[in-house]
Design a protein around this ligand. Structure first.
Ligand code: CA
Length: 765
């Protein structure tokens, strides 16, 4: 082709395509214009939302495109079109493509932010959602349920989207199989960035679910591949698969708590996935339930989870299981998986009177486990004769009862081409067959939306010095910015006649060598409201100015639902004379709030008419609770009429990890005897799943009460001294209690985790 002809042809094609595009692209500025454009759209039409904020936009994108000419809904400029308030989107018809929309600053008034259907009858087919963002678009009511994306219909694709910060109950992305039009759907979910999701503290925090137990006998044929799950910590199940024939391939799970769970349905294919726990607590891998499951070429590093969130878990089933319980594992193929420094492989997990059906006709071959030091890697809960073990390798003996099918080999660790640490035996690197390019934070999601962490750390902001006086502290709190430090530099009273709201992470601390005193006149000194987090250090609190009425507190949470978790840290503080009237607590919390941690260290508490803290406001007994990690180290509690701690998780749900209690080097004296203490104990632990109490002295206290229920609670009580007044009282499922609790009658050799550290607080304050 000579140059001139080439240019002419080029120009012709160029002008032709401009003309077509001009005809087909419709820029809309309002819902009315959008609706008109949708009703007039033909295959090839591109409906473009104008830049700006679309408030309360209810978008129904319905139409019939074609394979070569889909109808498109896009943004004038990606990242500059945001749907806010009570906006949501429905996609219905076929060959529709939605691209580049951002949902934030609001929540859906319906059950789904983006729904691949208009109603039960009109679903979406051959349609695509790409480069869209849903960021913190959470219902303010923590336990009000919704989903962010719901797939219905068939042959749809969800790719390169960014989903981050779901704070309320409900699955982030759900594939529904609730009618024949949505079964064998061949959906593809790929290249998405699933950003951080906080611990919900209840069931209902799954990041991805395919199917429901009701339709679990149906085939999904959904493929989930190349996605990046970044700290998806909602609950036990990062992914809950609940139907037949789903494929999970080449996904990366970065420091995510929980497991990829084959909850219901057979013939799931789990291959080439990477689980990077990096020793974060409760990170897990893969949980196998049901028939004909394939688990091969997966890799795990630093997975610490135990029981249902182990690195690799094969569960027991229920004989003749109802749809919503556990089907027996049958014909499972578990091969060529590699786990490095991952703590727990659980076989026949969940074995109990109900879950008594052990795995059948399954193979466990060519798997490799590397450990830095010898530990009990494999726990066997029941009969494993239905699993054939062959040619598995470890570098330490794994379990004295399991020698068949495991070889102990000398191993070293080397980095593979992805930078992952792999075991090396002799000259051979043992590496599962992973994809050439693994999904990462950089290559998943959108290119235009930031993946920077939004949670702001304590003490990451500016330091402001605050002088003593009336409401100087109130004003400083009001003017503070997220992450700031307020430093109180005078050993004088800081009086609060107004109640400050803690709206963001904030540290209030004494300048070294000073002892500031906080006095307050409202019912509390501080209220932590949604988004707030508080760290107190070196301060004294005295309740003398508090109003003469019952139910005061030092620190309260919001009375209203908080859809953001908070952290409360108290160090080197003193709390005295909370006794102007009855039921004066140190920390008082409300329903629908959740603390990731409450940490109290080196502090003293004296003369208090209420509880130090009662974390007991979820009384529906459906497995919801108020705090994950409660840590009490080196504290002195004297003359407390209520409990030092009441921690409550009611019901029999098994979807959560906590609550956890760690109590070390504390002394309790004269605790729990108030007539208004409804628990009539010093410590009330109801449904707590992990309890450590050690190196502590209980003098003239009411009992420690533990009610142990589901979740195989771990109880480790050691090196404590209790006088005649106190006992440890255990109730609940007795099988969890035998031999697990030390009381003063117990022979010291029965101590669990014997610890010869000195008793009581280390520094006499
Ligand atoms: Ca769940």
């Amino acid at each position: 082709m000579n140059k001139l002809i080439f240019l002419k042809v080029y120009a012709l094609v160029f002008f032709f395509s401009v003309a077509i595009n001009a005809q087909q692209t419709v820029l809309v500025h309002s819902i009315q214009e959008f609706n008109t454009a949708v009703s007039e759209a033909k295959p090839g039409t591109n409906i473009v939302l104008a830049n700006g904020v679309w408030q309360d936009a209810e978008l129904l994108f319905e139409g019939e495109g074609s394979v070569s000419k889909p109808i498109k809904l896009s943004a004038e400029e990606k990242g500059k079109v945001t749907l806010e308030g009570q906006s949501y989107l429905q996609i219905a018809g076929s060959y529709l493509h939605v691209e580049g929309l951002v949902f934030k600053n609001g929540y859906t008034p319906t059950n789904e932010v983006i729904s691949f259907r208009k109603n039960n009858k009109t679903l979406a087919y051959h349609s695509r959602l790409s480069e869209c963002v849903i960021d913190n678009y959470s219902n303010p009511e923590r336990h009000e349920q919704d989903s962010w994306v719901a797939l219905y219909g068939k042959n749809n694709r969800v790719d390169h989207n960014h989903f981050e910060g779901k704070g309320n109950r409900g699955v982030t992305l759900i594939v529904r199989l609730n009618s024949k039009e949505s079964i064998e759907n061949n959906h593809t979910i790929e290249g998405n960035y699933f950003g951080p999701r906080q611990n919900l503290g209840s069931n209902g925090g799954e990041t991805l679910r395919v199917g429901t137990s009701h339709f679990s006998m149906e085939k999904s044929k959904t493929i989930v591949q190349g996605n990046y799950f970044d700290r998806c910590d909602g609950e036990h199940e990062i992914i809950s698969n609940k139907c037949d024939q789903t494929t999970f391939k080449n996904n990366v799970f970065f420091e995510s708590i929980g497991t990829l769970t084959m909850r219901h349905g057979d013939e799931t294919w789990v291959e080439g996935n990477v689980f990077l726990g990096n020793r974060k607590r409760n990170t897990g891998g893969i949980r196998v339930i049901n028939g004909q499951q394939t688990v091969k070429n997966n890799y795990g590093y630093g997975l610490t989870g135990y029981r249902f969130r182990g690195a690799l878990v094969v569960m027991n089933g229920v004989p003749n299981s109802p749809l919503n319980r556990y089907f027996q594992v049958e014909d499972a193929v578990i091969e060529n998986n590699v786990f490095v420094n991952s703590d727990h492989v659980q076989l026949c997990a969940g074995s109990d009177d109900e879950r008594s059906a052990t795995p059948l006709n399954s193979t466990f071959k060519n798997n490799t486990f590397y450990l830095d030091k010898e530990s009990e890697l494999v726990t066997v809960y029941d009969d494993i004769s239905g699993i054939e073990f062959d040619n598995n390798r470890t570098n330490f003996p794994i379990n004295p009862n399991m020698t068949e099918g495991f070889k102990v080999k000398k191993m070293s660790l080397v980095k593979d081409r992805h930078g992952l640490l792999m075991p090396k035996i002799g000259r051979k690197i043992i590496s599962p067959d992973l994809a050439d390019v693994l999904p990462s934070k950089e290559n998943t999601g959108t290119s235009f939306y930031s993946k920077e962490d939004k949670r702001i750390a304590f003490e990451s902001g500016k330091t402001h010095t605050v002088s003593a006086g009336v409401n100087t502290l109130f004003d400083a709190i009001k003017n503070s910015k997220p992450g700031d430090i307020l430093e109180l530099n005078e050993s004088l009273p800081y009086e609060l006649t107004k109640l400050p709201l803690i709206k963001h992470p904030l540290t209030i601390r004494a300048t070294s060598g000073t002892n500031p005193m906080i006095l307050w006149e409202k019912k509390a000194a501080f209220d932590i409201v949604n988004g707030g987090e508080l760290r107190l250090k070196g301060l004294s609190f005295d309740g003398e100015n508090a109003p003469d009425g019952s139910g005061n507190a030092v620190i309260r949470t919001s009375k209203y639902s908080m859809n953001k978790n908070y952290s409360l840290r108290i160090e080197d503080c003193a709390f005295n004379n909370l006794d102007v009237n009855h039921s004066f607590d140190v920390i008082s919390i409300y329903k629908n709030t959740f603390a990731d941690e409450i940490h109290i260290e080196n502090s003293t508490f004296n003369n208090i008419t209420g509880h130090v803290m009662a974390l007991d406001r979820e009384t529906d007994d459906v497995g919801i609770y108020n705090a994950e990690f409660v840590t009490l180290i080196n504290n002195k509690f004297t003359n407390i009429q209520g409990t030092v701690l009441s921690l409550h998780r009611g019901g029999k749900d098994e979807s959560t990890f906590g609550p956890f209690l760690y109590l070390d080097h504390c002394t309790l004296e004269n605790v729990g005897f108030g007539s208004r203490n409804k628990y009539q104990t010093a410590l009330s632990l109801y449904g707590v799943q992990d309890i450590v109490i050690k190196n502590s002295v209980f003098t003239n206290t009411k009992n420690i009460k533990m009610h142990l229920v589901v979740g195989e609670p771990i109880v480790n009580v050691s090196n404590i001294q209790m006088d005649q007044a106190g006992q440890i009282e255990v109730s609940g499922d007795q099988k969890y209690t035998l031999g697990k609790v030390f009381t003063k009658e117990t022979n010291p050799s029965d101590l669990i985790g014997t610890d010869n550290a000195p008793l009581g607080v280390r520094i006499n304050k």
